[in-house]
Design a protein around this ligand. Structure first.
Ligand SMILES: [Zn+2]
Length: 302
């Protein structure tokens, strides 16, 4: 996969299959997103990892830190970054007079947050940063290698690493993954905030990532965090990612999302079969809508 010589702005736009589907699923997506945000913090509180990163609006900075203190957490500011409205793969330098975020590390103690800040300043200690954030070594290495080559959203490379038993179709420009993959390893809905893993897995069949995801789900269930069921339903749906000239589409039975992505040519396609197809979603002849022709049960949505 070769890149063209430009970068897309971080943009995304969602279109639901119908108004009733939007009415039902938009709140579920928000719940799943909130559950993940809560888990990001709870995994630090409960020692599943040492740090998480955080962006604060200036107006929320003081109140936000006081809230963290109530939960035994501290925030160490690291730098100011330009404000963005959607999912982004990279931070930009803030322009003078334009809104910005304060970026930093949250931990249960300042020494862990400081380790993160020192490693970030060096810009070479990615493995240290990855370890503090609870990422597997294989996935940190995968991320460094791809980022260095300009692949800010390495979806194609992830699925190239898919093991043969989970691969149904593999051609030069298209990979189809079987529904034997655990829904936890689905990172294709990260653009709408629906995810269970904090990192980009080196492969959807990465065992280390699946173990981490399972620990996160277990913690979420133990803490009775609302939205875990919705998250698992969403991650169990069939989904397609395609990219051409920097414009990508994420297609699911209930919505289609336009995203700024890798500037590749020709079109690259990743398809991930699902185990759950919402009964109200339309069926169609093309993937993923053709999966709606035979209705599936949410057996993995537990
Ligand atoms: Zn990995």
């Amino acid at each position: 996969l070769d890149l063209l010589n430009f970068r897309m702005p971080p943009l995304s736009r969602i279109t639901y299959a119908s108004k009733p589907i939007k009415g039902k699923w938009e709140p579920k997506i928000r719940l799943a997103e909130d559950a993940y945000v809560e888990l990001e913090k709870q995994t630090v509180i409960h020692g599943l990892r040492q740090c998480k990163t955080q962006l604060f609006n200036r107006e929320e900075f003081i109140g936000g830190q006081q809230e963290l203190a109530k939960e035994g957490l501290v925030f160490l500011p690291i730098k100011e970054v330009g404000k963005f409205n959607a999912f982004t793969h990279f931070h930009t330098t803030p322009e003078r007079g334009k809104p910005s975020y304060i970026y930093g590390a949250i931990a249960t103690d300042l020494s862990a947050a400081n380790k993160f800040a020192v490693a970030s300043a060096g810009q070479t200690e990615h493995q240290v940063i990855g370890k503090l954030l609870g990422y597997p070594e294989c996935c940190t290495k995968f991320f460094i290698d791809n980022w260095a080559s300009g692949f800010i959203d390495p979806v194609w490379q992830q699925y190239m690493n898919l093991t043969p038993e989970h691969t149904k179709i593999r051609t030069e420009h298209r990979i189809r993954a079987r529904n034997t993959l655990a829904p936890e390893t689905n990172s294709l809905l990260k653009y709408v905030g629906v995810r269970i893993m904090p990192h980009i897995p080196c492969s959807p069949s990465c065992e280390a990532s699946l173990n981490i995801a399972k620990d996160w789900v277990k913690l979420g269930r133990d803490l009775k965090i609302n939205g875990i069921d919705e998250m698992m339903e969403l991650l169990s749906m069939p989904v397609e990612w395609d990219a051409l000239n920097g414009i990508g589409y994420i297609s699911t039975p209930i919505f289609k999302l336009e995203i700024g992505t890798v500037t590749c040519y020709p079109k690259y396609v990743v398809q991930r079969e699902g185990t759950f197809y919402p009964k109200e979603a339309p069926a169609g002849l093309k993937f993923p809508w053709n999966e709606g022709i035979k209705l599936m049960s949410p057996k993995n949505a537990q």
